[in-house]
Design a protein around this ligand. Sequence first.
Ligand SMILES: C[S@@+](CC[C@H](N)C(=O)[O-])C[C@H]1O[C@@H](n2cnc3c(N)ncnc32)[C@H](O)[C@@H]1O
Length: 200
Amino acid sequence: MIPNESSHTEPAPSGGIHVCPAWAGPLLCCPLRRLFERPETLLGDHVRPGMTVLEPGCGMGYFTLPIARMAGPAGRVVAVDLQPKMIEGLTRRARRAGLLERIEAVACADGDLGLAARPGVVDLAVVIHVLHEVRDRQRFLEQLYDALRPGGRLLLLEPKGHVSRETLDAELALSERAGFRPAGEPLHRRSHGALLEKPR
Ligand SMILES: C[S@@+](CC[C@H](N)C(=O)[O-])C[C@H]1O[C@@H](n2cnc3c(N)ncnc32)[C@H](O)[C@@H]1O
């Protein structure tokens, strides 16, 4: 069982969950990060022009801007974060990069990603270095499942070293309970995770 994941319906107690502080947002977007975590390498096989991509836990947009470039002018990125300051930082960076019109940047409530009004419209959900910070992971995964179209995919990555293989396996068990099926295991030196699919 994941620490703090007491049941698949009840939110877990908040003790032990550490949410990345907003002051770290600019650090996460530091260009040096590209030396060991290139968005194009991690995402290039998954994002296609014209896709609608959902990125919960987007931070200040280290992955969001490259996703918007890969999705092209006909694509859309729905970028959601718990912390309004992260969304403000992302919006600034997207405006500067001329990508704002492809990105819908939204601050969400804890436990509600705000996606209920548009089920089944997302082609790909990208959750990178986020799930271990989420208080109620089951509910989070269920919301992603509902937002995806049948056949849509979830790319889930967690940082090796920071998130153990046991925790990742427990997260994958929760994803299965939400309805996801395995669709592959992305290979990366610094992250582990899975490519998951909502069955057609
Ligand atoms: C470690 S940061 C990673 C940011 C980004 N994915 C990256 O790799 O640069 C985790 C982000 O997830 C957000 N987060 C944590 N719990 C969340 C939740 N329940 N719903 C939405 N966002 C959440 C945090 O506010 C933070 O911006």
